[in-house]
Design a binder for this molecule. Sequence first.
Ligand code: SAH
Ligand code: SF4
Ligand code: F3S
Length: 448
Amino acid sequence: MTATTTPRRYNITTFGCQMNKADSERMAGILDAMGYEAEDDPNLADVVVYNTCTIRDNAEQKVYSYLGRQAKRKQKSADVTLIVAGCVAQQEGEKLLRRVPELDLVMGPQHANRLGDLLEQVWEGNQVVATEPIHIMEDITKPRRDSSISAWVNVIYGCNERCSYCVVPNVRGTEQSRTPEAIREEMENLGQQGYKEVTLLGQNIDAYGRDLPGSTPEGRNKYNLTNLLYYVHDVPGIERIRFATSHPRYFTERLIRACAELPKVCEHFHIPFQSGDNDILKAMARGYTHEKYRRIVDKIRYYIPDAAISADAIVGFPGETEEQFQNTLQLVEDIEFDQLNTAAYSPRPATPAANWENQLSEEVKSDRLQRLNHLVSTKAAARSQRYLHRTEQVLVEGQNPKDSSQVMGRTRTNRLTFFAGDIEQLQGKQVPVTITEARAFSLTGEMV
Ligand code: SAH
Ligand code: SF4
Ligand code: F3S
């Protein structure tokens, strides 16, 4: 490493999902341990990292405009180390170096924990590309976490599904589950440091454990999400446990019963359905029907009547007819989601659906997206009304950025809630709050 008198500064800009956010926190932890200082403005940093997302074309394109600006800056002051990490790095690999020759390091998501080694190679004068599939090493560095109350804990990396529209299996690799012991140890450390809430993370978290060897005497795999929840549930200090994202294929009744039984597991489930039409679901290779999806929701509401349910959906998948789109609207109408992330289908490199000839026009896709979004906000606003006058336990995370007399936190069902209070006294506490105002995606209340 080059010797310098002033501490060198780094900036990490993160795009994409919680998996990327968790990776960024681990990369920041590595840079902290190397003696670097965090810098909010990428234009003042000596090490600039873009942790990228390629789930849709617009996410990918955003990265190139940022990179263009940094490349210019680097042409002027050579002492900037420019890094592309994450899913675009994995997808493009070497090609990124040709497109942006100023880059020093291109590193896929599986290499996040190796940032230190990779930087050493850069300082030896190499331009480095790290995109080969590897076994993700157990973490020895402490992540630098954004929140001091709520933390992410990776449980399973990668994805073994092959949904016909999706780049994730290409860029995140095959599933790798961490051992229950490693997960519990990380949670125990978090509990000791004063964290109150843990969100267990995986692309398909309910597929957890199937790659780990070991079965019960009855021949069932003993490593699964339900058993993991029982195993980590009593970690001292941790008051709330969440998990995301769930795949309908692996969401069992036993898992729902465990969530109902275990008091720390919060009443919120994120289970993407993608489409309400069985032929589209088949073309997407999702492996379930809308009837199966509805049965899962019914089961959740049977055991946990007030549970919040959120999901992801795609409109304008190749060949989707107006009638098939209506089936998605119908599902949203019937289920009354608390929240739904919607997107227009975007063809992605090296995915089957991108090569099909029955692509829909941008006009049709954006028209359907608007109609779906309209329905979602009407439904969510109506569903939110059930909170009015109720008293909810809110875990206080921080100050309301728009009003410093208020603090904000989340209900167990993951609703963002604001109320008057002093952050110094309340941060990290669970407070009973009576809800006085209910908007589609957030609440306002008064401390009891
Ligand atoms: N593993 C999760 C989702 C991961 S990707 C699951 O299977 O449900 C996050 C979301 O991005 C997906 O749920 C999907 O709705 C959306 N998405 C993925 N690929 C897409 C594409 N090509 N076009 C539009 N949306 C897409
Ligand atoms: Fe993508 Fe499907 Fe894997 Fe989810 S399950 S990450 S949508 S391939
Ligand atoms: Fe994006 Fe990669 Fe996540 S493509 S959504 S950052 S897994």
